[in-house]
Design a protein. Structure first.
Lengths: 219, 342
């Protein structure tokens, strides 16, 4: 316990790093994943902008990257990280790898949630003369907003999980803190302090997500 | 010139997968729908009715044939041009298909936004439409707070928003209870009579045809097998398939199973007389039978009313001496259709 109190400043700095990584990952990965999901949804056969080539390409890319365990992915993607960010290690490098990995997962979640929109309302919008882009923007996304919020909530929690591995490339965060000061120095109290704070984060995120979704769905 | 003209229109879907066969949903259909008509399209499910109306507003492109709306050929137009055509054709759906994420006002305003109306004009038009369908107080409600009938009234208001000349109604009352059906049909009738909107209504319900349709086409396996005035098609269908369909929706003709029961329950000979407004009177038939000294009894029947004209079928059990019955039936047959069913 004394050790934990001693490590107070490091602990809160690590918590800040986790929040920073998760927030920026959700910003970049969230946007990238949204576009991927929208693309998957719109280009599928019978979709609003059917295009077999684009659809197959998106599917292959997502299916290629998504099964790679993040702890391997973060190392494997390092050359690309270096090319884009300038460095291969550190918090920003971790955010890049996280955003990339998250956008593939988010793409699938967005696609699935958009597919819950009844084909009938899309047909109704078409019968009123609306074009595909307008329908995506003003019908499909608003109609799927409730499930989308829950899908993103699910992803935030997955990203918190993934961010614990950022320590591998010097990204910092609570995962790294727990490894370094808890596990390696035989201080279970320190490890558990990190665990508890992560649990708190997850609870808060889930609560906010549920509340937002309920507001949107009005149920 | 007809408002909607279909000439030799077909729609087929290519086979998907190796074992599947191509499906012809609409097969060589020619129809003319005049401005002001309420045109019913009837037939069993899978007959191609829904596909046919989706060809009219080009939600589905026709495979072959010509479709003209107000003289303008729409087959072969590009998607962007078709959007303009669709603004002039409203559509209502069996499952209403309201936007759940929008309020009633938002739903009705949607096609106006698509059409590029100014904000103030949209507001005024939506108010006018909600008053027309009697839902002014529900403007801020969400679809899930409405009853089925209210939802369909919103659907109708939304379909009429851009003042289309044509309204397509795809089984618009099939998801509603009988009372609500009447309410929605009355509204559609007002749309036709007060606003001069031509309505194409798909249905398998007799009620719908009886209360609002002026003309009707019967579809079977993608083809229009019979079309014309509602009264003519329903009182004397010519094609065996339309006879079968009309038989199931029109009350008055006993089914084979019912006939078997009637035969068991009643002695004597059983005959069905068909009446059509204007060409036969029931009194005349009863008189013929009575004058021949026969005993008869009404065992099954029904009289239908289509826009003030009646037709129907009465099944009678007749008892008496054989030759007398023959003579009497011959007399009856001179002024009405008689079918001996035993």
């Amino acid at each position: 316990m004394d050790r934990l109190l001693e490590l107070g400043p490091e602990f809160w700095a690590a918590a800040g790093e986790t929040l920073y990584m998760v927030a920026l990952t959700m910003l970049f990965g969230g946007a990238g994943g949204f576009l991927l999901g929208l693309g998957l949804y719109a280009t599928r056969r019978g979709g609003l902008l059917p295009n077999t080539v684009v659809n197959n390409l998106l599917n292959v890319v997502i299916n290629f990257f998504r099964p790679i365990p993040f702890i391997i992915f973060i190392a494997a993607v390092q050359p690309l990280t270096r090319a884009v960010i300038g460095v291969g290690i550190g918090t920003d490098a971790a955010i890049f790898a996280l955003s990339l990995a998250a956008s593939f997962a988010i793409g699938r979640i967005v696609e699935q949630n958009l597919l819950t929109v009844r084909p009938g309302v899309i047909e109704a919008a078409r019968s009123m003369g609306a074009g595909p882009w307008r329908i995506l923007r003003t019908v499909v996304v608003p109609e799927a907003l409730g499930p989308l919020i829950l899908g993103y909530t699910f992803i935030v929690i997955a990203v918190i999980d993934m961010s614990a591995m950022a320590g591998l490339i010097g990204g910092g965060g609570l995962g790294y803190f727990a490894q370094l000061y808890g596990f390696r120095q035989f201080e279970p109290v320190v490890t558990w302090a990190a665990v508890l704070l992560i649990v708190v984060f997850v609870q808060v995120v889930q609560y906010v997500g549920n509340w937002l979704a309920r507001r949107v769905l009005r149920r | 010139m007809a408002l909607v003209t279909l000439e030799h229109v077909s729609k087929s879907y290519p086979a998907v997968g190796r074992t599947a066969e191509a499906v012809t949903a609409v097969d060589d259909v020619s129809l003319e729908i005049e401005a002001g008509d309420v045109y019913g399209i009837i037939g069993y499910s899978g007959a191609g009715k829904s596909t046919l109306v989706r060809l009219v507003n080009a939600l589905e492109p026709a495979t072959s044939g010509s479709i003209r709306i107000d003289g303008r050929e729409i087959t072969g137009l590009r998607e962007r041009e078709l959007r303009g055509i669709r603004l002039g054709i409203g559509m209502v759906f069996q499952q209403f298909e309201l936007f759940d994420a929008k309020t009633v006002r938002g739903n009705v305003a949607y096609p106006l936004k698509v059409a590029g109306w100014a904000k103030a004009d949209i507001r005024a038009r939506v108010d006018e439409l909600l008053a027309f369908v009697g839902l002014t107080d529900k403007a801020g409600a969400r679809p899930d707070e409405l009853s089925g009938g209210q939802k369909q009234r919103v659907g109708i208001a939304r379909a009429l928003a851009t003042r289309p000349r044509i309204l397509l109604a795809d089984e618009a009352t099939s998801a509603l209870d009988p009372e609500t059906t009447q309410e929605v049909l009355a509204l559609l009738k007002r749309v036709n009579e007060d606003q001069g909107v031509t309505i194409i209504v798909i249905t398998h319900e007799m009620d719908v045809i009886q209360s609002i349709a002026t003309k009707v086409a019967v579809m079977d396996r993608g083809r229009v097998i019979e079309h014309g005035d509602v009264f003519d098609v329903f009182s004397s269908p010519r094609h065996p398939s339309s006879q079968r369909f009309v038989g199931t929706v029109v009350k008055g003709v006993p089914s084979p199973a019912e006939l078997a029961v009637l035969r068991e329950r009643h002695e004597g000979r059983i005959v069905t007389c068909s009446f059509r407004d204007g060409d036969a009177s029931q009194a005349r038939v009863f008189l013929d039978l009575a004058e021949a000294g026969l005993e008869f009894e009404l065992v099954y029947g029904g009289i239908n009313d289509i826009r003030g004209r009646a037709f129907g079928h009465l099944t009678l059990a007749v008892r008496g001496e054989g030759a007398a019955i023959d003579r009497a039936l011959a007399a009856v047959a001179r002024h009405t259709d008689v079918t001996e069913v035993r």
